[in-house]
Design a protein around this ligand. Structure first.
Ligand code: B4P
Length: 192
């Protein structure tokens, strides 16, 4: 199995690149952001609870997102591999993911981190906010809060993967196709 984590700050292009990568490599796309937004759209109790955190730019509690990933892994029993987008975002999530994959007798193959500067991601997210209908995309203060949480809680998760030499940074600035080529190069190299 080829299991890829797409890592990077909010608005770095994880979702954008994930859509292209799953088509090329036949991976199952697991985006915790998308799963949470589906719960919100269906007004489930989980969605209504998660929305309170997301609207403030905060992370949704670990047990909620870990539970969603657990369900998704069970649901996609015969997958050739997974692309994790926006997960793990905390050390506890990274440890839980290792355990869940171990139960499936597999592990993370590669972690690719999109590097984009703060002002560029703020510009991208505010731009998406004009059409996305996402309340966490329209307020610059909330976006800066998401970035601060990324730096304090999520960026340190990279150390977990650096120890096993699975971590690689990729330039996330440029056109969508240029960044896609860099990601494909890194994946093809890992697959050899
Ligand atoms: P996510 O859904 O993961 O959202 P994101 O970080 O904003 O998106 P992403 O990096 O995928 O950006 P995209 O490609 O869309 O999280 C939202 C919230 O959910 C979190 O704040 C948190 O509250 C909660 N959550 C999710 N997962 C969680 C977890 N594991 N634990 C706890 N809470 C969790 O790109 C952004 C924009 O840039 C788009 O408009 C795109 O068109 C544009 N763009 C992309 N590439 C570009 C390029 N090369 N040039 C110019 N623009 C580009």
């Amino acid at each position: 199995m080829f299991n890829l984590i797409l890592f990077g700050p909010p608005g770095s292009g994880k979702g954008t690149q994930a859509e292209k990568l799953i088509g090329k490599y036949g991976l199952v796309h697991l985006s915790t952001g998308n799963l949470l937004r589906e719960e919100i759209a269906h007004k489930t109790p989980l969605g209504l609870e998660a929305k309170k955190f997301m609207d403030k730019g905060q992370l949704v509690p670990d047990e909620v997102v870990i539970g969603m990933i657990d369900n998704s892994l069970v649901h996609h029993k015969n997958a050739a591999g997974f692309l994790f987008d926006g997960f793990p975002r905390t050390a506890a999530q990274a440890k839980a993911l290792d355990k869940l994959l171990e139960l499936k007798k597999t592990s993370i193959t590669s972690v690719l981190a999109l590097e984009v500067n703060d002002e560029e991601v703020i510009k991208r997210i505010l731009n998406r906010g004009k059409t996305s209908g996402r309340s966490d995309d329209t307020n610059e203060e909330v976006i800066r809060k998401r970035l601060a949480i990324y730096k304090n809680e999520t960026a340190p998760v990279s150390d977990h993967y650096k120890k096993t030499k699975k971590f690689q940074s990729v330039k996330g600035e440029g056109t969508i196709d240029e960044i896609f080529s860099l990601l494909c190069e890194a994946i093809d190299h890992r697959m050899k």
